[in-house]
Design a protein around this ligand. Structure first.
Ligand SMILES: *Cc1c(COP(=O)(O)O)cnc(C)c1O
Length: 373
C-alpha cells in the first residue's frame, strides 16, 4: 500500500506550489546557532502592537474557554463605522488571506477564470488553483515604466477578462512591487469591468499610501456593486500573529462570503485586539512616520550603493541587485538579517525589504554594504 496520494488530489491542488513565507527568526537562529537576528521579511509593523491591543488581549485571556462571537458583531460594527457603511457590508476573516479564499470559494471553480497581474501577490494564484479555476495573468508594466515599473497595467487587466472570468484580484499598493495604481487608473479598471466580474481590491497597505491615492470607500462601494475591498490587521495594525482581516462589499456579496465562511473563523483574542487597535490613532500615526523616515533612509542608502529600487507606497522596498539575489540573501542571513527573496515571483535579481525601525534599517544597510563589497 504505497500508492501515492498525489494522483488522487484534484488537478489544481496537484499543480499547486505552497506559499513561501518569510523565514522566521527562531528558524534562522536554530539553523545557524546565532542570536540577535532581525526580520525584515514579512512587512510586519516594527513598532510592535498597540499597547491598547495588548491590554485588550490581557483582559480577555481568561475568557478563551468561550467560542468567539462568530458573527463578530462589535468589530464589524466598528469597521462599518470607520468606513461609514452598513455592518452587513463587512465580513471578517482569519487574516485577509481568509477573505480572499472566501471570494474564491464563492465565485471560482472549474471552467471559471480569475484575472491578476504578473508580479501580483502569491496568494491569488494559490486561491485560484486550489478551487480548480484557471488564471489569466495580465502583463505588467515593463521595468522601465516611469511611475509603475512592474506594476499593474489597467489595460491588460481589462483585456485579460474573458467570458469565463468571475474575479479580478488587484493589490493596491501591490506586493511584492510596492507600486500603486492612481485613483484614476483604479476608476478606469472599475468602469471598464463587466458588472458580473467581482473586483477584489486588496488594500493591505492602504494606511501607508499617500493621501493622493486615497478614495472614499463608501462612495465606491455604492457606485460599484461588484467591488470587494479587503483590509488587514496584519500590517500597520501590527497584529499579524493573531490573524484577522476583513472584506467590505455589497451586503449581497457579504451574504455569499458568509455562507462559505467557517462559523468561528476569527478568534476571540483577535477580535478584541483589532477593536482596540482601531482606537489607537497615535500608534498608527507613529507607524506611518517611522515608515516614511525609514523609506527615505533606505532609498538614499540604495542610491549610494548604486542600486535601483521600485517606487513604493507600502512598508517595504523592493531593490534591484542586477545579479542573482539568492547568494546575497544567504549572506545576509549569516549576518542575522532576514529579508525576502522574490525569485518565486519571477524576480530573481530583486530582494524585498520590509522597512524597520531606524536601528534595524541601519543594521540591514551595514550588512548589505559588507555583503556587496
Ligand atoms: C500581507 C498581505 C496581506 C495580508 O495578509 P493577512 O492574511 O491579512 O495577514 C494581504 N494582501 C497582500 C497583498 C499582502 O501583502
Amino acid at each position: 500500500m504505497s500508492k501515492s496520494f498525489q494522483s488522487l488530489a484534484t488537478k489544481g491542488v496537484q499543480q499547486l506550489k505552497p506559499y513561501l513565507p518569510g523565514k522566521p527568526i527562531d528558524e534562522l537562529e536554530r539553523e545557524l546557532g546565532i542570536t540577535n537576528s532581525i526580520k525584515l521579511a514579512s512587512n510586519e509593523n516594527p513598532l510592535g502592537p498597540s499597547a491598547k491591543a495588548v491590554d485588550a488581549i490581557r483582559a480577555h485571556c481568561e475568557s478563551v474557554n468561550f467560542y468567539p462571537d462568530g458573527g463578530g458583531f462589535k468589530l464589524r460594527a466598528r469597521i462599518a463605522e470607520k468606513f461609514q457603511i452598513e455592518r452587513a457590508c463587512v465580513t471578517l476573516g482569519n487574516g485577509s488571506n481568509d477573505v480572499l479564499e472566501l471570494v474564491a470559494h464563492a465565485f471560482l471553480g472549474p471552467d471559471i477564470s480569475a484575472v491578476f497581474s504578473e508580479y501580483a501577490f502569491a496568494v491569488y494564484p494559490i486561491a485560484t488553483q486550489a478551487v480548480g479555476a484557471t488564471a489569466n495573468v495580465a502583463k505588467a508594466f515593463p521595468l522601465d515604466h516611469e511611475t509603475m515599473p512592474l506594476g499593474h497595467n489597467p489595460e491588460t487587466l481589462l483585456s485579460s477578462v474573458d467570458e469565463k472570468t468571475r474575479v479580478v484580484f488587484i493589490a493596491n499598493p501591490n506586493n511584492p512591487t510596492g507600486t500603486c495604481l492612481s485613483v484614476q487608473m483604479l476608476k478606469q479598471i472599475l468602469d471598464g469591468m463587466p458588472d458580473d466580474v467581482v473586483v477584489v481590491l486588496d488594500m493591505a497597505y492602504n494606511e501607508y499610501m499617500d493621501d493622493s491615492f486615497q478614495f472614499e470607500v463608501n462612495e465606491w462601494l455604492a457606485a460599484y456593486p461588484n467591488l470587494v475591498i479587503t483590509g488587514t490587521f496584519s500590517k500597520i495594525y501590527a497584529l499579524a500573529g493573531l490573524r484577522i482581516g476583513y472584506a467590505l462589499s455589497s451586503p449581497d456579496i457579504a451574504d455569499l462570503l458568509n455562507r462559505v465562511r467557517q462559523p468561528f473563523n476569527t478568534s476571540l483574542l483577535a477580535q478584541v485586539a483589532a477593536l482596540a487597535a482601531l482606537d489607537d490613532d497615535e500608534h498608527i500615526q507613529k507607524s506611518v512616520l517611522v515608515n516614511n523616515l525609514g523609506k527615505a533612509y533606505l532609498q538614499t542608502s540604495f542610491t549610494e550603493l548604486g542600486l535601483d529600487y521600485l517606487p513604493t507606497m507600502a512598508n517595504f522596498i523592493t531593490v534591484n541587485l542586477h545579479q542573482d539575489a539568492q547568494p546575497i540573501y544567504q549572506a545576509l542571513l549569516k549576518k542575522g538579517v532576514i529579508v525576502r527573496p522574490v525569485a518565486n515571483y519571477n524576480m530573481p535579481e530583486f530582494l524585498r525589504i520590509s522597512i524597520g525601525t531606524e536601528a534595524q534599517n541601519q543594521r540591514f544597510i551595514r550588512a548589505l554594504t559588507e555583503v556587496l563589497a
